[in-house]
Write a protein that binds this ligand. Structure first.
Ligand code: GLN
Length: 284
């Protein structure tokens, strides 16, 4: 049986030939998961021989990754805002940029305020979970039109023991009951915002594996900002706030949508690349 170092070398070489970015990192993370250790601990165990079943599983993982399946789907999990979120191919993989959206919300509300939050298009439930975990008196409604996404979100809220304060609804924002009108302090969303004509330029990992309905609105990229703003202004209380994640170059148009619908004090937050990543509007 090959040892740890030999396996890492072979698989790094293989992934690199297939065109996978950061092949060594990928090879190490997959092996660490199988050996149930931290990636850096592999460096203390280079000589360690592997068991047959471990090598077989590793081969399967490396083969999947070589076909551009995202690492996070193979591992079945990702870290988001310091918490572990389960993922599968029914949900978008939570992105680092989305942590900026969480920071923006947490900076706008006092930690102990009893806020009522609506997370539109919750996917894996990462946003709802991160907010509920950091705002102990918040109630979060997490909605999604995909039943498969709802199942994963539910598992996440349960394993994080947040299911008491997070309510999941399998619905479109337009189908939410009118009884919920004027009941939210804030609406948060990272909607599918890639325009259809840009979709094919995305990485293979996204096009071939992530759910298309979570990535593109099949239109100009602004469909959900329009829908959520329009319905959102009825769902929000007076002075309620909307927090959107946006893509590159979208902030002017989204600001316009918000202003036209009666939102004011529109602010943006840039990401580490200088792109306007979060837009905040307040309903007056
Ligand atoms: N709310 C999830 C996230 O931010 C899913 C978003 C989506 O599917 N567009 O990752």
């Amino acid at each position: 049986m090959p040892n740890v170092l030999e396996l890492i070398r072979l698989s790094t070489d293989f992934l690199s030939k297939k065109g996978i970015e950061s092949p060594r990192l990928n090879a190490e993370l997959l092996l660490a998961d199988i050996l149930k250790c931290k990636r850096l601990d592999l460096y203390l165990a280079f000589e360690k021989p592997l068991k047959t079943n471990e090598v077989d599983l590793y081969r399967e993982y490396i083969l999947r990754r070589s076909k551009f399946e995202p690492l996070q789907y193979i591992l079945g999990k990702v870290e988001f805002y310091g918490i572990e979120i389960k993922v599968n191919k029914s949900v978008l993989i939570p992105r680092q940029e989305t942590e900026i959206l969480i920071d923006a919300v947490l900076n706008s509300f006092d930690k102990n305020t009893p806020v009522n939050i609506l997370d539109v298009g919750t996917g894996s439930g990462n946003i709802a979970a991160a907010l509920a975990a950091n705002l102990p008196n918040a109630t979060v409604y997490a909605i999604d039109i995909s039943m498969d996404a709802i199942k994963i979100a539910e598992e996440n809220f349960e394993s994080l023991m947040l299911n008491g304060r997070v309510k999941i609804i399998n619905a479109d924002i337009n189908d939410l009951e009118n009884e919920l009108n004027h009941s939210f302090d804030l609406i948060v969303s990272n909607p599918p915002y890639v325009a259809l004509d840009e979709y094919n330029n995305l990485q293979k990992e996204i096009i071939n594996y992530e759910p298309k309905i979570a990535v593109t609105d099949m239109g100009d990229g602004f469909k959900f900002y329009n829908q959520i703003t329009l319905r959102g202004k009825k769902l929000l209380k007076t002075k309620g706030k909307i927090f959107f994640e946006t893509g590159m170059g979208q902030f002017e148009k989204v600001t316009e949508i918000l202003v036209q619908n009666g939102f004011q004090n529109v602010k943006t937050v840039k990401d580490y690349l200088g792109i306007n990543r979060v837009i905040i509007g307040e309903l007056i």
